[in-house]
Design a protein around this ligand. Structure first.
Ligand code: ZN
Ligand code: FE
Length: 257
């Protein structure tokens, strides 16, 4: 069992790039490098050599640094086989259920369509770490640019079913604004209230709210709770309504929030 060292690099206005380092082999990956320069600086500071680039999806704020990093380091680009046309510099195509090895650390590839049609997540069970790009955010989820609510609900349900002690490394610091919406959906949710207090304190101190434990997201993130009666009622639907329909209404309301 090999545990990764994980470094979080804030870039652009609200993106996070993650550096994953597998200490035995020295293999090191950058997840969703929006830009190259801060990643190269972080690698140099740690004396790590980049061997892989992992992309969750094709958007520029996740792949913008691919080619420059590849040229500077020779790293191999790993991305969705279903989206190979749109992942700059892709070398390794992965699919649902594939295992990707970063040195001795194994990641399972999960296809999570909805935000984009080819979106994937990388789950490292031994490190209790999920890199889920723009599918699941803390207290929120990605917009549906290329998918249906049914697809996105299925993708989020798949992530929700991972072990409770999984940590959710999402690609954006959107938690505070997500929280303002979440509070309107579930006013009486005690776990959500506690998380909102924590988020306020962290942001006031200039600290990230990401990663978060999956257990907390299950308890407080309305987009993982579309099958809860209180959430259905909050968006004007009967308890017992198909969760994908409740999810669709939540997402629609968040889009105009
Ligand atoms: Zn995106
Ligand atoms: Fe993004």
């Amino acid at each position: 069992m090999t545990r990764l060292a994980i470094e979080q690099i804030p870039v652009l206005s609200d993106n996070y790039v993650y550096l994953l380092h597998e200490p035995e082999s020295g293999a090191t990956a950058a997840v969703d490098p929006a830009v190259a320069e801060p990643v190269l600086a972080a690698l140099a500071a740690r004396n790590w050599r980049l061997t892989h680039i992992l992309n969750t999806h094709h958007h520029g704020d996740h792949t913008g640094g691919n080619l420059e990093l590849k040229q500077a380091t020779g790293a191999a680009v790993v991305g969705a086989g279903k989206d190979s046309e749109r992942i700059p510099g892709i070398d390794v195509e992965v699919r649902e259920g594939d295992t990707f090895l970063l040195g001795h650390a194994a990641a399972m590839v999960l296809e999570t369509p909805g935000h984009t049609s080819g979106h994937i997540a990388f789950w490292f069970p031994d490190s209790h770490a999920l890199f889920c790009g723009d599918t699941l955010f803390s207290l929120g989820c990605g917009r549906l640019f290329e998918g249906t609510p049914e697809q996105m609900w299925a993708s989020l349900s798949k992530l929700r079913d991972l072990p409770a002690d999984t940590r959710v490394y999402c690609a954006h610091e959107y938690t505070a604004s997500n929280g303002r919406f979440a509070r309107l959906v579930e006013r009486d949710n005690i776990e959500l209230a506690a998380r909102l207090d924590q988020v306020t304190r962290l942001r006031a101190a200039g600290r990230p709210t990401v990663p978060s434990p999956l257990s907390e997201e299950r308890a407080a993130n309305p987009f993982l709770r579309a099958d809860q009666p209180a959430v259905a009622r909050a968006v004007g639907l009967e308890p017992g309504t198909e969760p994908a329909r409740v999810f669709a209404e939540l997402r629609r309301r968040k889009d105009v929030f």
